[in-house]
Design a protein around this ligand. Structure first.
Ligand SMILES: NC(=O)C1=CN([C@@H]2O[C@H](COP(=O)(O)OP(=O)(O)OC[C@H]3O[C@@H](n4cnc5c(N)ncnc54)[C@H](OP(=O)(O)O)[C@@H]3O)[C@@H](O)[C@H]2O)C=CC1
Ligand SMILES: O=C(O)[C@@H]1CCC=N1
Length: 293
């Protein structure tokens, strides 16, 4: 299921124009990843927003990409794009797609990163079937360590699949999944970085209570998390086995893990992840209902 394909599979991505409709955190993470990984040049990328001009100026200065607020130039960027990313909040998706549907042509590939938004909802708003890639990336794409769930509409060609998978493989790993699993991907890796940051925040609180200065605590915790994740990847051992190796009988780790387990850590994490996936489903149903009314 996972692929680490890093080559460009013979596709000249640099020749393609890519437009991001919605210039928020997720769009920036992908843009920064694509530019840093040298998959495309900044001048091939445009980013469009509804009203936040300051944000667009910031992105233009930072990455050298083309930016524009809604208006006639905006329309030109959408029309000229080979690939259009839909990257606005779910609540804005239906009106945003409606507002550009007359500008879209059959040769374009639509890539959505919107949680919960189904391919059928997009097609209903467009009023026709289209080449749509539904994805669920995460913000670690910024540094080439993202995870992206990918599903395709029936109209996506083999070449367009290669293109989508090449783009996302350049900023992390891909999991091509049945569309029905996309909400699960939200619960696991879409929201996933936030769970780890939340855990790190708690570790930092504890380190300070234990008397370490904040800066030093952060440095130790970052390296601990990085080292632990890299140990799982490099050794190929299961997390449970690696945990066992840290845990001396009747030692400090056992005392900590027993205390965390007694506070319900496992149940809290499982419940939280299931709730994230469930919420993605709710968001998708709300959007679907609005496309039917
Ligand atoms: N953040 C994350 O970790 C992840 C997010 N996602 C998905 O990415 C999408 C964006 O999330 P995120 O980047 O966090 O959100 P942000 O709020 O950071 O960005 C959303 C952007 O969309 C713009 N926008 C809203 N409506 C329109 C419109 N009609 N036309 C053009 N631009 C519009 C907003 O601009 P303005 O302020 O001008 O309205 C804003 O820049 C969501 O659908 C989310 O589900 C998916 C995976 C991970
Ligand atoms: O919180 C959200 O809704 C988005 C989707 C996955 C991560 N962030």
């Amino acid at each position: 299921m996972l692929s680490m394909e890093q080559t460009n599979a013979g596709i000249d991505i640099e020749a393609l124009k890519i437009s991001f409709y919605g210039a928020g955190s997720m769009a920036e993470a992908i843009v920064r990843g694509l530019i840093n990984q040298k998959l495309t040049k900044p001048e091939q990328i445009s980013m469009l927003n509804r009203q936040n001009a300051d944000r667009l100026n910031e992105l233009s200065e930072k990455y050298g990409i083309q930016t524009v607020l809604n208006g006639s130039t905006n329309e030109q960027f959408i029309q000229d794009a080979d690939i259009i990313f839909l990257a606005m909040k779910p609540k804005d998706a239906v009106s945003a797609i409606s507002s550009i549907k007359h500008l879209l042509s059959e040769k374009q590939l639509i890539v959505s990163v919107i949680a919960g938004l189904s391919i059928s909802s997009i097609e209903r708003v467009l009023g026709k079937s289209a080449a749509i890639v539904r994805t669920m990336p995460n913000t670690s794409s910024t540094i080439g360590l993202g995870v992206t769930g990918i599903s395709y509409s029936g109209s996506v060609t083999e070449e367009q699949r290669k293109l989508a998978e090449t783009m996302f493989a350049s900023i992390g790993i891909n999991a091509v999944v049945e569309e029905s699993l996309q909400d699960s991907i939200v619960g696991v890796s879409g929201s996933g970085p936030a769970y780890v940051y939340f855990f790190m925040e708690a570790m930092m609180q504890a380190a300070e209570k234990l008397g370490l200065p904040a800066d030093q605590a952060k440095e130790l915790i970052v390296q601990t998390v990085l080292g632990a994740a890299e140990m799982v990847r490099t050794t190929g051992e299961e997390p449970a086995e690696l945990r066992r190796k840290v845990t001396s009988p009747n030692g400090t780790t056992q005392a900590a893990i027993e205390s965390m387990a007694a506070s319900g850590l496992t149940e809290a994490v499982v419940r939280g992840m299931l709730r994230s996936a469930e919420r993605a489903g709710e968001i998708g149903s709300d959007i679907e209902r609005s496309t039917l009314s």
